[in-house]
Design a protein around this ligand. Structure first.
Ligand SMILES: Cc1cc2nc3c(=O)[nH]c(=O)nc-3n(C[C@H](O)[C@H](O)[C@H](O)COP(=O)(O)OP(=O)(O)OC[C@H]3O[C@@H](n4cnc5c(N)ncnc54)[C@H](O)[C@@H]3O)c2cc1C
Length: 412
């Protein structure tokens, strides 16, 4: 059987693979992008119907193309992001082969061998660009035969998909709060299990949160702070964008509960931590306002003061007098949505490239295995790494590294 030889193989045709293709093209590096589905497949099939980008369109994009339908301050719908990435791939002439899945990657001498659904590829360099969010994680709490529909936020589409009845949404990061609110608006009774979280202000003193992250140097944070490791961020671009305040969700009728800890005989139990989680989220919100105020003063900026943003309403009753347990039949809860995040899935990458916890060993995406790279992972080089605009800059670095390595190998 014939083997296709290529200098650099990119695995994954999402934003990371496309950005890298642009930079490798500019460096004159021959390459191919293999995508098991279609371009931007996860934006097509692993996001809910009404999802819009978390950041405004002026920010959540590549430098060399703007969104045409969404204005710069709007929040781009997921289907437009797909069209944008498809258009971008055409713009940069990315050689993407759709419908080709890499099933194993091994090494023979200096060369990588990729077995795929479309035959064997041999490459000098391989970049794994298979996403920061590869595998939906559902904690093993509620058995499959509990008589309740269970799905992960990656497979939630819209309220009509769920059986009639109340819904328990577990996890209150950006996905959980947005899905809970959509279900509530569709007329569902909704319970929302809230763990530790950050909840930055959407806008403050006339500037969006993403602008403040830039001004305060937070996009460039190199490592996740130890106490932030498991903290999710609740932020929303829905309906023109708004700050997530759990008080508003409760006032609209959503029952907030603490972290879900167990399930037995039809009863879900919650940790006694909802008030603490809400207060910590408030503190995160207020700390960002304070940092922004200090920045405005230090740089003598003329941004309108917003004292009312510092005022928080009293905590709702479901937080001060929380439910410890919920009998799901009695509450008519017929579905659970697990908005509990994602893990990695590198089962196809059969090389000694991972630490004991299964995380890739790399520096700024350059793996310890010579010629192997990772792109698009959370915190690959900094906080911005998994986001649309951030991955473009990481891709530039990796493309330069590959080009330099090719020169060095040629000189040898
Ligand atoms: C709900 C949600 C909302 C988000 N909203 C935003 C936002 O508003 N703004 C923002 O900047 N970021 C956002 N992100 C983060 C990030 O931008 C996305 O996760 C984005 O999809 C990551 O792009 P990627 O190219 O790195 O990976 P992916 O989009 O995951 O692309 C990887 C590709 O690799 C393919 N693949 C995987 N394994 C193989 C294999 N073995 N062989 C061949 N192909 C393979 C997959 O099919 C996939 O198409 C969001 C993430 C989530 C989960």
């Amino acid at each position: 059987m014939s083997v296709e030889k290529i200098d650099t193989l990119i695995i994954g045709g999402g934003q990371a693979g496309i950005a890298l293709s642009e930079h490798l093209g500019a460096q004159g590096v021959p390459h191919v992008v293999l995508e098991r589905g279609r371009i931007a497949e996860r934006w097509r099939s692993e996001r809910w119907d009404s999802l819009v980008a978390n950041g405004p369109a002026w920010h959540d994009r590549f430098p060399n193309r703007e969104f045409t339908e969404t204005g710069p301050d709007g929040f781009t719908p997921a289907h437009e992001i797909v069209a944008y990435l498809v258009g971008y791939a055409q713009q940069v002439g990315a050689p993407i082969r759709e419908g080709v899945e890499v099933t194993s990657l091994t090494r023979q001498g200096e060369l990588f061998i990729a077995e795929t659904s479309a035959g064997t590829f041999e490459a000098k360099h391989v970049v794994a660009a298979t996403g920061p969010f590869q595998r939906a994680i559902i904690p093993p709490l509620v058995p499959d035969d509990a008589g309740i529909a269970q799905l992960h936020s990656a497979h939630y589409k819209n309220p009509a998909q769920l059986p009639p009845g109340a819904v328990m949404v577990i996890g209150a990061g950006s996905s959980g709060v947005q899905i809970a609110d959509e279900l509530r608006k569709s007329g569902r009774r909704v319970y929302l299990s809230v763990g530790p979280h950050d909840r930055p202000p959407r806008r403050y003193r006339g500037r969006d949160f993403v602008w403040w992250l830039g001004a305060l140097g937070m996009w460039d944070a190199k490592t996740v702070a130890p106490d932030m490791a498991h903290v999710t961020i609740a932020v929303s671009g829905a309906e023109g964008g708004h700050t997530v305040d759990f008080r508003n969700l409760a006032a609209a009728g959503i029952t907030l509960v603490g972290r879900t800890t167990s399930y037995e005989a039809g009863v879900l139990r919650f940790a006694d931590d909802i008030e603490q989680n809400i207060r910590q989220g408030d503190e995160n919100y207020l700390s960002m306002l304070r940092a922004a105020d200090e920045y405005v003063a230090a740089h003598k900026l003329d941004l309108p003061p917003e004292p009312e943003a510092h005022e928080l309403a009293p905590l709702p009753a479901c937080v001060t007098n929380p439910l410890a347990a919920l009998d799901i039949k009695a509450a008519n809860v017929t579905s659970i949505i697990w908005a509990t995040g994602y893990g990695l899935d590198f089962g196809w990458l059969k090389l000694d490239a991972f630490d004991a916890a299964g995380n890739p060993r790399h520096q700024r995406g350059v793996a310890e295995v010579p010629g192997l790279y990772f792109l698009g992972l959370a915190w690959l080089s900094r906080r911005a790494s998994p986001f649309i605009w951030g991955v473009w800059h990481d891709a530039a670095y990796i493309a330069h590294h590959i080009a330099a390595r090719r020169q060095a190998l040629a000189a040898e």
